[in-house]
Write a protein that binds this ligand. Structure first.
Ligand SMILES: [Zn+2]
Length: 346
């Protein structure tokens, strides 16, 4: 738990900024966990409560759509309203779990800018009513576009978000791998220079964005999304260090002026995570690992009780209701996620 003395619940605006500052000062990063249902969202809040850790809950566009229902007739609207529904869910319940929850949305490429802006519109309405935005932050990942477009478009959206005290996460350089379809077309062709963010590009982004509002940077330092065989790409956390040092030197800031996030953290070595955190990383994305810890207990349960998933009642009258009640195995899945979080925090 951070020592920021923040009230439990969803944190936005100045509180969110204080939380980020506390992470960097304390030398730790918050886990950012992707959710797709009320079950996974509740499990993340419970895991945070058990481990006494604050947490970042995020939705990808696909996850948000699933939250609204994969059968929702309007895919775009489902992506917006699913994210809004998840955010409302967290606003209603997070305080009860006694933890601080940051609400964020994940990778949005050029095609998904309208998705982000539609969610900002909901935050604007929420801000008007309550004095707080619905989300703490959103991400725009325009790293596949040229740098000028990436930075100018992020500036345009950040300007709008800053008015309602929201933060923007941007991405510079191409992170390998695939996250919910975004990035899949880049995996093959990305040359190595592209996989590693150039500190000069980070300085350029800082110069444009720092005066507009609060923002964070996902820099590529050889990290890949998903889980890959080790050895294909070399992790070079010193890129983060060099980016921080360049901004500090050129613009005369305090140490570690950038708020950095680590994408593709699943399966990374502990030492390299610790090194990255030392260079100002406050957020670690860990989607892929948690998906497995959620699904494995369901697989185990079905293997152990196969008949309960074939018939409702045996010929001798033995009922299986308490086995096929979805609450039974969905709860086991939630507990799998929570148990994994407790191990990680030790
Ligand atoms: Zn990324």
């Amino acid at each position: 738990m951070s020592d920021t003395k923040l009230k439990p619940g969803v944190v936005t605006g100045k509180d969110y900024q204080a939380l980020v500052a506390a992470c960097k000062a304390g030398g730790y990063a918050l886990p950012a966990v992707n959710v797709t249902t009320s079950s996974t969202l509740n499990a993340v809040m419970e895991a945070a409560a058990v481990t006494k850790s604050d947490v970042i809950i995020q939705l990808s566009n696909g996850g948000a759509q699933f939250y609204a229902g994969q059968g929702h007739p309007d895919g775009f609207k489902a992506k917006v309203m699913g994210a809004v529904a998840a955010a409302q869910h967290a606003h209603l319940l997070a305080a009860d779990y006694g933890v601080c929850v940051v609400l964020h949305t994940d990778h949005a490429n050029r095609k998904l800018i309208p998705w982000v802006e539609a969610m900002v519109e909901h935050s604007e309405a929420h801000y008007e009513k309550t004095g707080r935005p619905l989300f703490s932050s959103h991400m725009l990942d325009l790293s596949a576009d040229d740098l000028e477009f990436n930075i100018s478009e992020c500036a345009r959206v950040l300007e709008r978000m800053a008015k309602i005290e929201m933060s923007l996460e941007i991405e510079l350089g191409v992170t390998g791998g695939e996250e919910d379809g975004v990035g899949s077309d880049l995996e093959e062709g990305a040359d190595n220079a592209h996989l590693y963010t150039q500190p000069a590009d980070v300085l350029k982004a800082y110069d444009t964005l720092a005066s507009l509002g609060h923002f964070s940077v996902a820099a590529s330092f050889g990290n890949v999304h998903g889980v890959y065989k080790p050895g294909n790409v070399k992790l070079r956390p010193e890129i983060l260090k060099n980016s921080q040092a360049l901004v500090q030197k050129e613009r005369g800031t305090a140490a570690n002026p950038l708020h950095l996030v680590f994408h593709g953290g699943s399966g990374s070595a502990k030492e390299q995570i610790a090194e990255a955190v030392g260079y100002g990383v406050f957020k670690m994305n860990i989607d892929t690992d948690t998906q497995f810890t959620y699904s494995k207990p369901i697989g185990d349960f079905v293997k152990k009780n196969p008949r309960a998933f074939e018939v409702q009642i045996e010929a001798d009258g033995t009922p299986y209701k308490k086995f096929y009640d979805p609450r039974k195995y969905v709860r086991l899945a939630e507990q799998g996620m929570i148990a994994r979080a407790s191990i990680r925090s030790n």
